[in-house]
Design a protein around this ligand. Sequence first.
Ligand code: NZQ
Ligand code: ZN
Length: 388
Amino acid sequence: MNSFTYSFPVKVYFGEGAAQRALPVELAKVGKKVMLAYGFGSIKKNGVYEEITGLLKAAGKEIVEFPGIMPNPTYAKALEGAALAKKEGVDFVLAVGGGSVLDCCKVIAAQAGMEEDIWDLGNEGQKALDHSRFLPAGCVLTAFGTGAEMNNGAVITNEEKKIKDDVFSAFFDFVILDPKHTMSTPLKQVMTGSFDTLSHCLESYMGEPRYVNLTDEMNEACMRNIIRSMRATLKDPEDLFIRSELIWDSGMAETGVFKIGKKTDFQAHMLEHQLGAYTDCSHGQGLAVIHPVMYQHMVKEAEVQFARLAEVVWGVDPAGRTRAQMAQAFVDQIAAFVKEVGLPSTFRELGIPEDTDYRAIADSTLLTGGCPRKFDREELYQILLECR
Ligand code: NZQ
Ligand code: ZN
C-alpha cells in the first residue's frame, strides 16, 4: 500500500430525529447569529424548515436567512452569501439542502472569514489557507449522493470563466443525516444522486494501485450496496431502511476511506463538470451518460479492474469467459443499469442543446493522472460526440 496520512474531522449525527439530538448540543458552542441557507423552497414544503427554525429559536439564535441557492451553485451566489454573512456579523452557517446548498455554504463560510478571493487563490494557494479564520458551519442533508456532507470539496460554477471546479474549503463541523429529511426528494433525484455515489466509488477504484487491496475491497462492498439499494428503492421508494443505506453510501464514498493509499481517476467527473459549466445539466445524470461511453474507450487499459468488477460487484459468472469478455461485460452492465434505473443514456435525453460547444468543453477539461487510459482532449471530444 502507498503511504498516506488520514484524519476525518466531521461529527456525524445519523438517523431519525438526528436534528433534535444534534442542534441543542452543537448550537451551544457557537455565537448568536446563525445563517440559515437553503435552496428554492423544498424545505418549506416538507416540514424541514419548520423543524430546523424551531430548534434554532429554542436555542436562542437570531436567524439570518439566505435562500435561493440554485442547483449547480454559482460562485457569484456564494460571494453574495459571504457578503451578507460579513454585513450581518454571522457567527455560524447552517446549510439545509442537497449538494448544491452544501457546496455553496462551504464557500460562504470560507470566504466570509477572509479578504482574498478564494477562487483566485487556486488549489495551490488554498493549501496555505488559515482555516481557523473560516466561519464554523454545519449541515442538514435533504438530498444525498454528492458526498459533500463528508468531504472538504465544494464544486462551484464560475459563470464568468465558464469553469466548474472544486474549491477546497473546509469540512463541516457536524452533519445531520436524517433519512426522513430526504423522503420528499423525487425518485429521479434519488436515482441521480445514487448514481453519483456509484460514480465516486468507481472513480476512486479505477486509480492506482490496480492490484487488489483493502481500500478497494471495502469500496466493492459499498458498490454492491448501492446497486442493491437503488433496485430496492425502485420497488419501494418509501422504505426508510433502504434510504438510510443509500445516504450512508453517499457519505462513505467521500470520507476519503476509498481513496486511502490510492491515486484516483475522476476523469469522468472532470468532463462532466465542464459539461455542467456549459449547459447547467444535472451532475449525476451527466455522469450516467458519460460513464458507459468513456469506459468503452478504456476497456483495454482497465481490463483487470473491469473484469473484477463484473464478477464481484455485478455478479457476472466468469466461467467460460475470457478476461477481456468479463471487462466488456462490466461496461455493458453499467450501460444497462443506467437504463434500468431510469436515467438518461444520451445528451439528447438529458436535454442538452444540439449546438452545445463540445470542443470548448473538451478543451477546458482537466486531464487526470490516475485514469487507466491517458485521454487527450481530442479523444474527450470524441467521447462527448458519442454521448449525443
Ligand atoms: O432547491 P430546492 O427547492 O431545495 O430543490 C432541490 C433541487 O432542485 C431538490 N431537493 C433537495 N432536497 C429535496 C429536494 N426536493 C424535494 N425534497 C427534498 N428533500 O433537489 C434538486 C437538486 O438538488 P442539488 O443539491 O442540486 O442536488 P445534488 O445533491 O445532486 O447536488 C449536485 C451538486 O453537487 C456537486 C454537483 O456538481 C452539483 O453542483 N457535487 C459536489 C461534490 C462535492 N462537494 O464533493 C462532488 C460531486 O461529484 C458533485 O460534483
Ligand atoms: Zn459526483
